[in-house]
Design a protein around this ligand. Structure first.
Ligand code: PPS
Length: 314
């Protein structure tokens, strides 16, 4: 990390993270040193194009799923999900097909080669709205925000942190994770400020920011994928609607199909994380299997207070 970044990072308020290192509070959000470096580099060097599409999520909100759906949607003329045979999503994890700006592209370099990426370029990010590079906010590029209910997001985060922790550290007690989450201390947290930033942006600029919910996608994926395609300016044609293109994409990107692929059972990502860790249960309401109703009510109480007046209920 450049010395100036290091000096700034070490001057910031710090908290123990969920794994082995520390978070720092930068402009209201908790970041690891990797994220901090990637975000600042990206802010300084990324030039958004008006045709770019950015998938934004708070971690564990369904990023892996929506990366796959967006990739399949945007590349449907080139790769048919219905024939399934040659589709890149069958042999590559969606994180390898849709890079994170701050965690892949701008992590170790100021000027990654983006020339090979065809337009519209599809990227992902966990960056809070207020930390996005200025060029993203100024250009006409589109942002798709996927939000997931906080209790399932928290439980998913807790499981993932436990997998990332070295064996000798043991599991992070769920109560300790909950205390952190409810104080806002999680990757790119506070969770509620992350969500609120994009929710407000979607109300202010509905043509630029689409706010989607994991739970709604689970209930009625067909409707929401069509909504996504309309928003991105690539609506499904009548013929596509007749010939099962939407169903093909949804089936290919379904939890059952993706989690059964060899690449998602045995592969690893650049971070060292195993691809199978990104496919745990993929269900709505799984939190009840890990948290007492009092713990659930605690998250509900925090959300009620923090989201008050926003019009958003989670
Ligand atoms: S990350 O690290 O932020 O990219 O993780 P992310 O992909 O956002 O979150 C992981 C959770 O998403 C679930 N998942 C899916 N749900 C539905 N359909 C599909 N295809 C799918 N793929 C992954 C995954 O199981 C994690 O949720 P939990 O509740 O832990 O199962």
């Amino acid at each position: 990390m450049p010395q100036a970044f290091k000096d700034l990072f070490s001057s910031l308020p710090s908290e123990e993270d969920w794994i082995t290192a520390s978070f720092r509070l930068y402009q209201g959000f908790w970041l690891s040193s990797r994220l901090f470096k990637g975000i600042l580099t990206c802010q300084n060097h990324f030039q958004a194009h008006p045709s770019d599409i950015l998938l934004v999520t708070s971690p564990k909100s369904g990023t892996t799923w929506l990366k796959a759906i967006l990739f399949a949607l945007l590349n449907r003329a080139k790769y048919s999900a219905n024939s399934q045979r040659r589709h890149p999503l069958l042999t590559q994890n969606s994180h390898d097909l849709v890079p994170f700006l701050e965690l892949n592209l701008y992590l170790g370099q100021e000027n990654p080669d983006l020339t090979a990426i065809a337009s519209p370029r599809l990227f992902a990010t966990h960056m809070p709205y207020s930390l996005l590079p200025q060029s993203v906010r100024d250009s006409n590029c589109k942002l798709v925000y996927l939000c997931r209910n906080p209790k399932d997001t928290f439980v998913s985060m807790w499981h993932f942190a436990n997998r990332m922790r070295p064996e000798e550290k043991g599991q992070i007690p769920i109560q300790e994770g909950l205390n952190k989450f409810c104080r806002g201390v999680s990757v790119c947290g506070p969770y509620w400020d992350h969500v609120l930033g994009y929710h407000k942006a979607s109300l202010d600029m509905p043509e630029k920011v689409l706010f989607m919910m994991y739970e709604q996608m689970k209930v009625d994926p067909h409707v929401h994928v069509r909504r996504l395609a309309d928003f991105l300016g690539c609506p499904f044609s009548k013929e596509e609607l007749r010939d099962g293109t939407v169903e093909g994409i949804l089936k290919m990107c379904s939890f059952d199909n993706m989690s059964a692929l060899e690449v998602n059972k045995c592969g690893k990502l650049w971070t060292g994380a195993e691809t199978k860790w990104f496919f745990r249960r993929g269900e709505v309401g799984d939190w009840v299997n890990y948290m007492s109703s009092e713990m659930g009510e605690r998250i509900d109480g925090v959300m009620e207070e923090k989201l008050h007046g926003s019009g958003l209920k989670l």
